[in-house]
Design a protein around this ligand. Structure first.
Ligand SMILES: *Cc1c(COP(=O)(O)O)cnc(C)c1O
Length: 427
């Protein structure tokens, strides 16, 4: 059978009902699984047979949804995690440990920046942050002999910078490390990072994938293209025996295609337990079934709003990668030809005070820390998430006092524009 297109995979991927079986896959709300013999069970513990024994490690409902996301991204193996934070933590910690180093784009989600620059540094992993538009030479200079990964976001939250895949993948390949890309904002509907040289993809499924503000979750997908054994000395965790698993060598036993996710499941999920609940996974799948329809609408609404705002005299500036006037337009055209995402950032003339007044006057767009939801929402970082910073510190963080992060939902675009128009009229 021919390979399905992405829209079909969103709806029907990873699960086919058996004859007389449930059309929608069941929520396996069970912590544990029964076996007839102790021997059968010990084979599972030794990773000699595959099967379920405890839902902290693996659960059939979670695995079905992970398999769908794996198919959407074009990978070889995937796992769900309890949140996007857990996904990014595992993605790095699976291959880097105390004494190691990672290079990351500075244009990343604030939560990830904090995880890397504060919490993981406390664990002894050092990070060097590079500007997303740095030169190839500057990127090159950030690498050290102990660098284990390169990290970036396809479209950064909230600064909306588009990743220069070619530049980043070339640097990763030159240094023999995987390129890890957080694809949360683009989703595989708008960009498939593996087609542009990424080796591992992460997601906060809390955003567009769920899309309804219902379930926090994350996912890690492996492309199966990184040759760990070719860099044996750099990745002892994958290429030498794991004493905590009876001397198994993941890269030998599970190959390029399965080693990374098997290790993350068998070791990290076993020890940290940041698993997704089967019920959350079920809800996530309902979101995936309409992801392709929603992404199209999110982008259509966002472009219409960005174009409207760009012409408005009370708006100081607009940043949206699909606008031809935007500095990231060429990268968006190259990597996101179907559209980028539903988030638009802009500045209201009159600075902080005007931005706050404008947002309070909105009727349809609600003020939330959330983004990427079916319902339009917005946030004024200077008075909320970045409230403790003065104007100087805000500038250094790339958040101007007038910045409004506006996440377009899937409502009618004329209604959303009318809402914005009415709010701007009050300024
Ligand atoms: C929200 C977000 C995260 C964190 O995900 P949670 O599900 O909130 O833990 C990571 N990366 C990006 C790009 C995000 O937008």
């Amino acid at each position: 059978m021919a390979k399905n297109r992405i829209e079909t995979t969103c709806v029907q991927g990873a699960y086919t009902a058996e004859n007389g079986g449930p059309r929608q896959f069941p929520i396996v709300q069970s912590t544990t699984f029964r076996y007839e013999t102790g021997e059968a069970m010990s084979k599972l513990f030794d990773l000699e047979a595959s099967g379920y024994f405890y839902s902290r490690l693996q659960n059939p409902t979670c695995d079905t949804v992970a398999a769908k996301i794996c198919e959407l991204e074009g990978g070889t193996a995937a796992m769900l995690t309890s949140s996007g934070q857990a996904a990014n933590f595992f993605a790095i910690f699976n291959i880097a440990t105390c004494g190691d180093h990672v290079v990351a784009s500075s244009a990343i989600y604030g939560g990830t920046f904090n995880l890397f620059s504060v919490t993981m540094r406390k664990m002894g992993i050092d990070f060097t942050f590079v500007a997303p538009d740095c030169t190839a030479e500057e990127l090159e200079a950030a690498f050290r002999p102990n660098t284990k990964a390169l990290f970036g976001e396809t479209i950064s939250n909230p600064s909306l910078k588009v990743l220069d895949f070619e530049k980043f993948a070339a640097a990763a390949n030159r240094h023999g490390v995987p390129l890890i890309v957080d694809n949360t904002f683009a989703t595989p509907v708008n960009c498939r990072p593996f087609e542009h040289g990424a080796h591992i993809v992460t997601h906060s499924t809390t955003k567009y994938m769920d899309g309804h503000g219902s379930a926090v979750g994350g996912c890690i997908v492996d492309s199966g293209t990184f040759d760990w054994m070719a860099h044996k000395d750099k990745y002892p965790g994958l290429c030498t025996p794991d004493d905590s698993y009876h001397g198994i060598t993941y890269a030998e036993r599970f190959g390029k295609e399965g080693a990374y996710i098997t290790k993350a499941t068998a070791q990290l999920m076993r020890d940290f337990g940041t698993t997704q609940s089967p019920f959350s996974a079920y809800i996530l799948n309902l979101g995936l079934e309409s992801l392709h329809v929603r992404m199209k609408r999110h982008c259509e609404n966002a472009l219409a709003i960005a174009e409207y705002l760009e012409k408005h005299e009370k708006i100081a500036w607009v940043h949206y990668p699909d606008l031809p006037s935007d500095s990231d337009y060429p990268l968006a055209q190259k990597y996101l030809p179907k559209g980028s995402c539903g988030v638009v950032s802009f500045g209201v003339r009159g600075g902080r005070e005007a931005a706050e007044k404008f947002m309070s006057a909105l009727r349809l767009a609600s003020i939330e820390t959330h983004v990427a939801d079916a319902r339009t929402c917005c946030l004024h970082p200077a008075s909320t998430t970045h409230r403790q910073m003065n104007d100087e510190e805000l500038a250094a963080a790339g958040v101007s006092p007038d910045l409004v992060r506006y996440s377009c939902g899937i409502e009618n675009k004329e209604d959303l524009i009318a809402d914005i128009e009415a709010a701007l009229a009050q300024l």
